[in-house]
Design a protein around this ligand. Sequence first.
Ligand SMILES: [Zn+2]
Length: 236
Amino acid sequence: MHGAKKSLEPRRINENRILQRDFNKIDRTDFGAKLIESDDFKVDYSLGNNRFLRIRLLHPDKAEHICGADLIYEQHNEETGKIRVMFLQYKIWDDGILYFSAVNNLEAQLNKMNEFICGNKICESRKLKEGEKDYRFPYCSAFLRPTDKLQQQNEKIISSGIHIPVCSIIEMIKNGEKKIDKRYIRHQALTQKIFEYLFNKNLLGSNWIGEDQLEKFYKENGLLSTDDSIKYTHGK
Ligand SMILES: [Zn+2]
C-alpha cells in the first residue's frame, strides 16, 4: 500500500528526461495520434486520412543551436505533399515562475528562434478569400514551453506545462517585464491538455508548406542531412 502511494507522487526529473519522455514515451491517443514507430531522433504517428504526425528531437549540441528549439512537430499530408510545422523550446520553471534573468541568454535564444522561424516566413498566415473567416489561433509556430519540475511518475502522460508564442515573450521583455508567472499568463498560453490536439486539428501552428520548400529550408540550416528526405515514406 505504501509503495503504491509513493509511485503516484510526482517527482523531480530533469529537463532532458522530461523532453525524452514527451518526445516518444507518452501516449498521444487523446491528441488524436496513434503511434507507428520511433527511433532516437524521430517518432511517427498516424492522424488518419493520410495524415501523419512526425516529432523530431533536435540534438542539443547541433540542431538546437541553429534554431533554438528542442522539438519540431510536423504534420504531413501525403495526398497534397504538404507539411505544417511548429517548434518548441522547453524550459523548466520553479513553481510556475520563470525569471528571465535565471536563464542564460534567454533573450538571445528567443531572438534566434524568432529570426529562424518567423523571420523565414514559417509563421505566415494563410491567404483568405474575400469574406472568408479563419477560426483558429495565429499561425505563429515558435513556442517557449515552461514546464513544471514536478511530473507524474507515469511515463505515458505528457509533462505539464504551458506554451507561449516566442514573439509574446520578446514583447514582454521589451516592455520591461522580469518574469513569466503562470497565474497571470493564462490568457496568452495553452496548457499541455489541448495544445497538441489543436495542432493536430490545424487550429494552431503553421500553414501548409510544400515538402520541397521545407526540405530545402531544413537542409540549408542543418536540420536534415543532405542525403535525407523530408517526405513521409512509412511502409513504402
Ligand atoms: Zn512567429
